[in-house]
Design a protein around this ligand. Structure first.
Ligand SMILES: Nc1nc2c(c(=O)[nH]1)N[C@H]1C(S)=C(S)[C@@H](COP(=O)(O)OP(=O)(O)OC[C@H]3O[C@@H](n4cnc5c(=O)[nH]c(N)nc54)[C@H](O)[C@@H]3O)O[C@H]1N2
Ligand SMILES: Nc1nc2c(c(=O)[nH]1)N[C@H]1C(S)=C(S)[C@@H](COP(=O)(O)OP(=O)(O)OC[C@H]3O[C@@H](n4cnc5c(=O)[nH]c(N)nc54)[C@H](O)[C@@H]3O)O[C@H]1N2
Ligand SMILES: [Mo]
Length: 762
């Protein structure tokens, strides 16, 4: 067992001294800002900035420093003292930089100047803002059709930046909004919209203090939502059951040592973050929830026969739902052998989980990428929602659905109109606001944009943040396609691979980060707003000086491109860029749920956007919550691989030292991997069956048959407690194996958590 380097005691918990040590390194290290510690103290505070780390909610009494190791990393990474200046670009050609690692590129520091690609020297050269805007506007206007441009958004953009961006793009004439959420929680949005009328969760942070049982499914909060661990461990401490459902026994899902608990830190103690653990096979969750439903129905029948109180919430079902009978028929028709084979769990294990579900009066179900990045993600989320309806576990205190979002404002970006298939009501409201028609044809999502880049119909790509080429599947194919475009524009804080795939004309436009003060021409400090996983909207204002004098806010950059492209007749872009309150007034006119936006935003914790499902008002076509009836998938990828020697189903996930494509360091402390990322986690029995030893180097070959060869080499086998036939490794490196032609039914999300591969000795 790994030892804690400070206490010398075996460390079986997440957090603790290991986390504090890591924080120290990131805040005090040579690369960190002098003001790092002070900066961190203002994260998620009423008068500070929203932590760019994740979308977990903020507590009501956000007065004491909410500790989060990975929040510290995100902030320190942005607030670094290092700069990527024009001298850097003079010293390195783009071709050379393309050979650098993701880590080395971003590690160089913050971008300082607007840059334009110069093909003759293969270098990025500085350009002034107005020239860049003018040329970008001219290039966009010269396209054969507005639909030949793709406008990508990454979920860190504020509501104000995203709203202006969508207004600009729609005035330009397209709904092409590929968005990071297409690769992320899209399945949650699709499933929940159909089931409860809103594509968001229904709980508030306070509900975690009331729940009797919390199911944490397909999620690794110890790394990706560390602040959630404090809520989970408080829940176990007061006697609630917390059931983790994950093929890997992730450390953060077992125990957490809270660095804010002084006594615990001194004594080397920790508390459980879960009470029960289920390890299904990859993609086996729908079968698990179906098995639980079978047992709930059986218990209901028994209760009725014996004259005991019912197990189902009949009043809720009758008053609020439709479709129960059809679903129940599907459940009855599914046999236990199918359920056990697909989930990899025994009937006893499933009965244990069902027992916890039925004993609890109030249940919360949370999930993330382990659920959303499969072929049958939408079906799985509908199954989870069905199960929750059975006992009325929605729309009352301590109970509800909670898709835990990724990027800190990905939910807000969708709310304010980043959507390739916008609701007619939204477009109607935009037309009323702007007085001009909006494009009505559906645009491209991420896969649509990839298709258009590959077939040559896309000519231009504009990115409001993110790292499209590395985050998407089939990295090499996409990279080549990007370089065939006429125009690429990247609005970014740091240099990444996506910027090094220049089209005929290419620009990098450096922006202010969340942590930095944004002043308008008059010197007034501007704030922006974000929406967390619980639908809470709150303000965010930077506190550090801008990383470079010439940087502009995302809002100002979007406004600059917009003015040069669509002109300022409909919207006075410059005036909006100078006054974020005016943007918020516009948002509230288009989306009345924002109410008195500029006032409520300035309350300490902001405000909650109205969530009708949480009030048991269902904005579905029938006005009811909808049970969904469908069979289990015929065969999960695990079942397809089973029995074929050397064939596995691969999930691609995050290490503890990364933020998506941003690689902070090479360690994955909680999983015991240090100084390397090219690893494959495999069950010891599977390693032996391959005739190999832990540590052996292997080649992974993708088995998707579409004529494209997908191979990665030199990966090291790590023996790990993971179901047989299932393997795991890190994204983005393994995106080379994820086929863009395989995606979730209805969600169109790449299946990053179930890729069929063959593993061969190197
Ligand atoms: N520090 C840090 N924080 C982050 C991010 C980051 O990269 N770094 N990324 C942000 C973003 S954009 C997002 S979307 C979230 C991502 O948050 P997570 O969803 O936690 O991200 P992953 O690392 O992909 O972890 C997926 C988890 O699901 C499990 N899993 C995989 N397949 C299955 C399955 O079939 N069934 C079940 N039950 N479990 C499965 C994996 O074992 C793993 O524990 O985090 C956000 N926060
Ligand atoms: N195989 C596989 N692929 C996946 C996933 C997976 O689990 N497995 N996860 C998917 C998920 S959940 C997501 S959300 C996507 C993520 O996809 P993206 O959102 O596109 O990627 P990020 O890595 O978060 O983007 C990082 C870059 O954003 C820029 N940046 C950082 N801060 C700011 C800012 O404040 N403003 C601006 N303008 N730019 C900024 C920096 O230049 C940085 O290099 O990846 C998806 N891809
Ligand atoms: Mo995400």
């Amino acid at each position: 067992m790994a030892r804690d380097d400070v206490t010398g005691k075996p460390s079986s918990a997440a957090g603790g001294w290991g986390a504090l040590k890591s924080v120290g390194r990131h805040l005090m290290g040579s690369r960190a800002p002098l003001s790092g510690a002070q900066t961190m103290l203002r994260a998620n505070q009423p008068d500070g900035f929203d932590c760019p780390g994740c979308a977990w909610g903020d507590p009501e009494h956000g007065s004491s420093f909410e500790f989060c190791e990975n929040g510290v990393k995100a902030v320190a990474w942005e607030a670094t003292r290092d700069r990527v200046t024009p001298e850097f670009f003079a010293a390195h050609t783009v071709t050379e930089l393309r050979g650098w690692s993701d880590h080395d590129l971003e590690y160089q520091g913050r971008l300082t100047h607007p840059l334009r690609y110069d093909a003759a020297t293969d270098r990025y050269l500085p350009v002034d803002w107005d020239t860049a805007f003018g040329e970008i506007g001219a290039a966009l206007k010269a396209l054969p059709h507005p639909d030949a441009a793709e406008f990508y958004t990454s979920g860190r953009a504020s509501n104000e930046a995203a709203f202006l961006y969508q207004a600009f793009v729609r005035l330009f004439g397209t709904n092409n909004f590929p968005d990071c959420s297409n690769m992320c929680h899209e399945a949650s949005g699709v499933a929940l919209s159909a089931a409860i009328g809103i594509g968001k969760g229904t709980v508030l942070l306070e509900d975690f203090e009331l729940a009797d049982a919390i199911f944490v499914v397909g999620q690794n909060p110890g790394t990706n939502h560390p602040r959630m661990l404090a809520d989970l461990r408080r829940a176990t401490a007061r006697g609630a059951r917390v059931v983790a459902v994950n093929p890997l026994k992730e450390k953060g899902l077992k125990r957490f040592a809270d660095p804010q608990d002084k006594l615990e830190m001194i004594q080397g103690g920790s508390r459980p973050t879960s009470t029960d653990f289920l390890c299904p096979r990859l993609g086996g969750d729908m079968a698990l929830f179906r098995g639980m439903a079978k047992l709930v129905f059986a218990a209901e029948d028994r209760a009725q026969a014996e004259g005991r109180p019912p197990v189902l919430d009949h009043a809720f079902i009758a008053a609020h739902t439709e479709g129960l009978a059809d679903w129940r028929a599907e459940v009855e028709a599914t046999g236990w052998s199918e359920i056990e084979a697909q989930s990899g769990l025994s009937r006893d294990e499933i009965a244990h989980a069902a027992g916890i579900y039925m004993e609890a009066d109030r249940v919360i179900l949370t999930w993330a990428m382990g659920i959303t990045q499969h072929r049958h993600s939408v079906a799985t989320i509908r199954e989870m929602t069905n199960l929750m309806f059975l006992r009325g576990n929605i729309g009352r205190p301590g109970a509800g659905l909670c898709p835990v979002r990724g990027h800190s404002n990905v939910q807000g970006d969708r709310t304010v109109g980043i959507n390739e298939k916008p609701a007619a009501a939204f477009l109607d409201a935009m037309e009323r606001e702007l007085g001009v028609p909006m494009p009505r044809a559906p645009g491209h999502n991420v896969l649509g944009a990839i298709g258009a880049m590959l077939d040559g119909s896309a000519k231009a790509f504009v990115a409001l943040g993110g790292n499209f080429a590395r985050a998407t599947p089939d990295s090499a194919l996409i990279a080549a396609a990007m370089m065939r475009l006429d125009l690429t524009v990247n609005i970014a804080t740091k240099l990444n691979h996506g910027h090094l795939l220049p089209g005929r004309a290419s620009y990098i436009l450096p922006c202010l980060g969340r942590t930095e003060i944004d002043r308008n021409a008059a010197g007034d400090r501007q704030i922006v707003s974000v929406e967390d996983s619980m639908g809470m909207v709150h303000g965010s204002g930077g506190i550090n000086l801008p990383a470079a004098p010439g940087l502009r806010s995302e809002i100002a950059i979007v406004a600059g491109i917009a003015a040069a492209t669509v002109g300022s007749q409909v919207l006075d872009w410059d005036a909006l860029a100078q006054d974020h309150d005016a943007i918020r007034d516009m948002i509230a006119r288009v989306l009345p749920d924002f109410g008195d936006f500029n006032t409520t935003l300035r309350r300490p914790r902001g405000f909650r956007l109205r969530n009708r499902a949480a009030e048991r008002i269902w904005t579905t076509p029938s006005g009811r919550a909808v049970f969904d009836a469908r069979p289990l998938p015929e065969a999960t990828e695990w079942q397809q691989a089973a029995g074929q020697a050397g064939t596995f189903v691969l999930q691609t996930f995050r290490s503890h030292d990364q933020y998506n494509t941003t690689i902070y360091g090479m360690d994955d402390r909680y999983r015991g991997v240090f100084r390397e990322r090219r690893v494959v986690f495999m069950h010891p029995g599977d390693i032996a069956r391959l005739g190999l030893e832990p540590g052996a180097r292997v080649t992974l070959r993708g088995l998707h048959e579409d004529g494209v060869e997908r191979v990665v080499e030199g990966f090291r086998l790590v023996s790990h407690d993971i179901p047989t036939g299932c393997i795991a490794g890190y994204y983005p490196e393994l995106n080379a194996l994820v086929p863009h032609g395989l995606f979730g039914e209805q969600s169109h999300t790449p299946v990053s958590k179930s890729v069929l591969v063959r593993v061969e000795a190197a």
